[in-house]
Design a protein around this ligand. Structure first.
Ligand SMILES: [Zn+2]
Length: 731
């Protein structure tokens, strides 16, 4: 569900922004000097398609020296700009900054692959050592007084008014990148700021490695007689996972979401469900060397202290300043509007489950958190006659990928053609690459890399990342975008069948890729995402999974090849608001706790206690947990990408529901050519070159409202909002 973040340096490292502050590491590695000439991680990307990463030459021995040399080169480029004898101008300062750091950026592409797709103890060792130094490096740049003086001179000059709007925005974003990150500080404050950044980088890495350690080291072992209720696909995957661990004949339920979730949905063994549930939700919370509670407390205190140096009341205030929501209050207002409807729905769902359990003669006192998925699946089958395993037969990932390409063709005029085998290096044999061209002009737009399957060392979940963004200021750069997921690979030759939810996530991630591929910005910084807005584009793409064109042509039964029957489609649609109490509540609980963490004075905070107290105050139902409990909430503690920002998914979903209604109402529906063109022009291509609120108004002719979201989730629409739009609240 999220874009790749470098755990080490934060997203800023990837986009050329400046995220931090600290004392520069003066350590010089002689080996780095001698190796740099031949270091493949630093080398210019060569080959077809404007040059591609040398993923076939990745070797960890090159990483440390490449990072060292990349930072040295970056530093030299920065010095040249800072020491330029000419007066500061837009061209020689702001635009010049857009061109620096390419060498280090290339190293970070490989670093990101090692961090997310191919992690290993050896890599984590390097990461632990280098993360604070990378952070210190960015701090050093951000604290470069000569450089900031020049940026400030341009920012304050009258010449800005003569620039194009996107150039004016670039000046603003560049200036903010410094000012919001400590450049205005002097003396002791600057030093303290730098020390905090360096320590935070260590803590973020530690947090994420602790979670991974708990995901990799805990396995629930099952024997043959403990498989009751489990679908064949899960049994096969569990057998394969056991074989991988040299325990042939047993079954391994791994401590990851993609194992835990289906197990809890189907297993008839209540005690085992409890065990798997407890193991999963205790990640980072086992009171051992990988426990994250103390890490969280220190992170919160340091974040708070850092923004206090800059004059903010709390971390969330600083964080949201350049987000679409603007303030923590506006984000909280949205969440608190939806929360009561969500927990009221949980109560109804629990009643349904309790009744069903009694009907089936199950002797459970009360629905426990490890029962929720299981009984909801039973309710789903009873109420909607919808069997998830039957539904899966129609979601073959190869067909879905073709469906995504079809949708991209219809909406974006993109054509996808797989590159000839061996023409583009990949970092694992599972990865496939497509050439993306414009269907009208035939122009090459970029490449699309897909890494679909789970493996040891790959982080869980699904995400998109770009190895290169679009820009034109220094010659045309084409896009290298990627999607990454954790589908369980079947036996050789067998189709990989996934759930409707996973199919939706698959479309979500291509939404991120299409957002990157459709960019028309001139400057790299303008590709940057506004966190509560960039999930919108990807969430919107999810809406195409169940369009008629996709159903008829791509959702075909794995064995019979028949398209999904109309009755089944209807059942899926009818069930779309099903379980929304669980889904919205588990999400909002995490999002609210995140926002409260970052608006509360963290002095002496005990995260465990804070989480419990907050949930109690919110009236959190006992029958389910937060989607991400604090000790493994990587979105907010493995880096700063989503800290005080997890709300952003719902913020974006307000836009998504509102925009989807525009398509539903258009003459050509979801394939309306005019509306699709306007969508690409206003919501995708400009990226961050215009204000997101303004972009949305250009698309919709007005601001988004919350009612479509409430309707989509089957919640009662708040009366006053309904009145203002003249909608039927009962809809
Ligand atoms: Zn996403």
């Amino acid at each position: 569900m999220r874009k790749l973040l470098l755990a080490a340096a934060g997203a800023a490292a990837l986009t050329g922004g400046f995220a931090s502050a600290a004392v520069a590491a003066s350590h010089q590695d002689a080996a780095a000097e001698t190796q740099s000439a031949a270091n493949p991680l630093l080398a210019e990307w060569t080959g077809p398609y404007g040059g591609v990463p040398a993923f076939d030459q990745m070797d960890l021995q090159y990483l440390r020296p490449a990072l060292e040399e990349g930072m040295n080169r970056y530093r030299a480029e920065i010095d040249a700009i800072a020491q330029n004898p000419e007066p500061a101008s837009f061209e020689n300062t702001i635009v010049a900054l857009e061109g620096v750091g390419d060498d280090l950026g290339r190293v970070f592409t490989y670093y990101g692959i090692w961090s997310s797709n191919l992690s290993s103890p050896e890599f984590r060792e390097i990461q632990r050592e280098m993360a604070p130094r990378i952070s210190a490096f960015y701090s050093e740049i951000n604290q470069n007084k000569d450089l900031f003086a020049r940026v400030q001179a341009v920012y304050e000059s009258d010449a800005v008014e003569t620039l194009r709007p996107d150039q004016q925005r670039l000046v603003q974003l560049t200036y903010d990148g410094f000012a919001r990150n400590g450049a205005t500080l002097d003396g002791e404050a600057a030093e303290r700021y730098a020390a905090i950044q360096s320590r935070l980088a260590e803590l973020h890495t530690q947090f994420s490695n602790n979670v991974l350690a708990d995901e990799e080291s805990y396995v629930t072992w099952l024997s043959e007689d403990q498989l009751s209720g489990l679908p064949d696909s899960l049994v096969r995957a569990a057998a394969a996972a056991a074989a991988d661990r040299d325990r042939e004949g047993e079954y391994a339920i791994l401590n990851t979401r993609s194992s835990m979730d289906p197990f809890l949905t189907y297993s008839d063994e209540r005690e085992l469900r409890r065990e798997v549930w407890e193991t999963y939700y205790a990640r980072g919370d086992n009171d051992d060397e990988f426990d994250n509670n103390a890490v969280i407390a220190e992170i919160l205190q340091l974040r708070d202290e850092r923004v206090e140096l800059l004059g903010y009341d709390n971390y969330a205030q600083w964080r949201l300043e350049d987000r679409m929501a603007g303030t923590p209050e506006r984000a909280l207002e949205l969440m608190e509007t939806v929360w009561p409807a969500a927990i009221a729905r949980v109560e109804e769902e629990v009643d349904q489950m309790t009744a069903l359990a009694a009907e089936q003669g199950h002797d459970i006192d009360a629905v426990q958190p490890w029962d929720y998925r299981y009984y909801m699946e039973k309710v789903r089958q009873a109420e909607y006659d919808l069997n998830s395993d039957e539904v899966k037969q129609y979601f073959n990932i190869e067909n879905l990928r073709e469906a995504m390409f079809f949708v991209a063709g219809e909406l974006f005029d993109f054509a996808f053609e797989e590159v000839p085998e061996g023409s583009v290096p990949v970092f694992h044999e599972d990865v496939r690459v497509w050439d993306v061209t414009d269907t009208e002009s035939g122009d090459h737009i970029g490449l699309f890399y897909l890494d679909p399957y789970a493996r040891t060392g790959k982080r869980s979940g699904a995400w998109a990342s770009s190895y290169r963004g679009h820009s034109t200021f220094d010659g045309q750069e084409t896009v290298l975008s990627s999607n990454n997921s954790n589908f369980i690979q079947g036996a050789p030759g067998e189709p990989v069948l996934i759930s409707f939810d996973d199919a939706t996530t698959f479309f979500h991630e291509i939404g991120h890729a299409l957002h990157a591929l459709s960019s028309n910005v001139a400057y790299p910084t303008l590709n940057g995402g506004v966190r509560d807005y960039t999930e919108f584009q990807s969430q919107l793409l999810e809406r195409w999974v169940l369009t008629d064109e996709v159903i008829d042509n791509y959702l075909r039964h794995a064995e019979t090849g028949e398209p999904m029957p109309a009755e089944l489609v209807e059942k899926i649609r009818a069930a779309s608001t099903f379980n929304e109490g669980f889904a919205t509540t588990e999400y909002l609980a995490s999002a609210l706790v995140d926002m409260y963490y970052h608006t509360t004075d963290p002095e002496g905070i005990d995260p465990d206690q804070f989480e419990r107290d907050t949930l109690e105050r919110l009236g959190m139902p006992e029958e389910l947990p937060m989607r991400h409990r604090s000790p493994h909430f990587g979105h907010i503690f493995s880096g700063e990408g989503y800290s005080a920002g997890y709300y952003g998914y719902m913020w974006a979903d307000v836009l998504t529901s509102d925009a989807a209604e525009a398509f539903a109402e258009a003459p050509g529906g979801f394939y309306d050519a005019d509306l699709a063109e306007r969508m690409v022009e206003t919501l995708f291509a400009p990226r961050n070159s215009i204000d997101p609120a303004e972009a949305y108004r250009q698309f919709r002719g007005r601001d988004a409202t919350v009612e479509p979201l409430m309707r989509d989730r089957g919640f009662p629409v708040p009366r006053e909002d309904a009145a203002s739009e003249g909608e039927d609240p009962a809809q």
